[in-house]
Design a protein around this ligand. Structure first.
Ligand SMILES: *Cc1c(COP(=O)(O)O)cnc(C)c1O
Length: 356
């Protein structure tokens, strides 16, 4: 860590840790929080020095802009502990850069890299005993920035808070997903905020997702907002489709989030000699492939679940079932990416980042 910021990170420790109250063998996802959080305020046009304080509630005025105009962006990342108790992050600079890409689109101030990285590392070193070591578990990390300034005037806030909270977590989803290909609602639009990790993108997804759940599905497959003919994302994950032995995923755009899991899977698959096509793929093409037996797999990709296999999909009142294969790309690619993340394999792409 450079002394630039770290000398100035003040740490206020809890008197009594909660760690002994946590059952590390039965961790839910994202519901247990560590003892401390990092907080950094933006005021008078600049970020103040980050502080590490006991995890707890924050007090805001009812006129705080976050409540009214939704200026809020976040990231999702994980810290992993290997067999030697060393701590690793996976491509953390990509999360740091993406947080700023999101902030810029929401007219929020960008956070200097050193504040993000040094704040995160100081927090992880303090919370290292909270990083679980049971299979497929990790410390889920949630960095976020929101408008904490006051006033009902519809304009960007003059104050913001950057917070990093951490949650020791077990695996994300249980089984395979049955999904509904959306034909009416849209997650994002050209010129919109779909590429940003903005809180409001999620708010807009909940209602159509609830409708899909009522019909017996677990997730929505988002299609392009103009024609609803092209596949874009699986809920809040990027999506991959395997036709014969080719892996296909949509190109990123204004409407599609540039996922770190997605781009890592593309590189690992190519490295394995798997044919990868980054191109638009229509619902029509998927149905034709399903009908002629060439549709082999579909899966979502994102930090939380890593890879979520899809068992089947609904489209225009009809259900399509994917085959049950023995050796899936989903399982192979998940093993390869998690082996890198947990330091169980060589890091030939240079993606691991050591925290010490
Ligand atoms: C976070 C997110 C993803 C996945 O991104 P990762 O960097 O792989 O975690 C995909 N789509 C949406 C809409 C997201 O918000």
């Amino acid at each position: 860590m450079s002394l630039e910021v770290s000398q100035k990170i003040t740490i206020q420790k809890v008197k009594n840790s909660k760690i002994n109250q946590v059952d590390f063998n039965n961790l839910p996802f994202g519901q247990v929080y560590t003892d401390h959080m990092l907080v950094c305020d933006f005021e008078n046009g600049k970020w103040s020095s980050p502080k590490i304080v006991p995890y707890g509630a924050i007090s805001l005025d009812p006129s705080a802009k976050i409540f009214h105009y939704g200026q809020s962006v976040f990231e999702g990342m994980k810290a992993y502990k290997d067999a030697q108790d060393d701590i690793w992050l996976f491509r953390p600079f990509d999360n740091q850069k993406r947080l700023n890409i999101s902030s810029k689109r929401l007219a929020m101030p960008e956070l200097p890299e050193a504040y993000f990285m040094e704040g995160l590392e100081a927090l992880l070193l303090l919370e290292k005993d909270w990083i679980p070591t049971t299979k497929d578990s990790s410390l889920y990390i949630r960095p976020f920035i929101f408008a904490s300034g006051n006033g009902f005037h519809a304009s960007p806030s003059d104050k913001y808070k950057f917070i990093i909270a951490c949650s020791p977590s077990g695996p994300y989803f249980g089984g395979k997903l049955k999904v509904l290909i959306e034909q009416h609602y849209s997650r994002s639009a050209n010129g919109g905020v779909g590429f940003a990790k903005a809180g409001g993108n999620y708010a807009g997804q909940f209602y159509p997702t609830n409708l899909a759940i009522q019909k017996g599905y677990q997730q929505v497959i988002w299609t392009d907002d103009t024609t609803h003919e092209y596949i874009e994302e699986a809920g809040a994950m990027n999506i991959f489709i395997r036709i014969n032995d080719t892996l296909i995923t949509a190109p990123t755009s204004d409407r599609i989030l540039d996922g770190i899991t997605r781009k890592s899977i593309i590189e690992i698959a190519k490295d394995q000699g798997i044919a990868v096509e980054v191109r638009n793929i229509s619902v029509h093409e998927i149905i034709e492939a399903s009908d002629n037996g060439s549709l082999k797999e579909m899966f979502g990709a994102g930090t939380a679940a890593v890879i979520s296999p899809i068992s089947g999909f609904g489209y225009q009142e009809k259900d399509y079932v994917l085959p049950e294969l023995d050796n899936t790309f989903a399982a192979t690619l998940k093993k390869q990416i998690t082996d890198i993340q947990y330091n169980r394999s060589a890091d030939k792409f240079g993606w691991r980042y050591s925290v010490k």
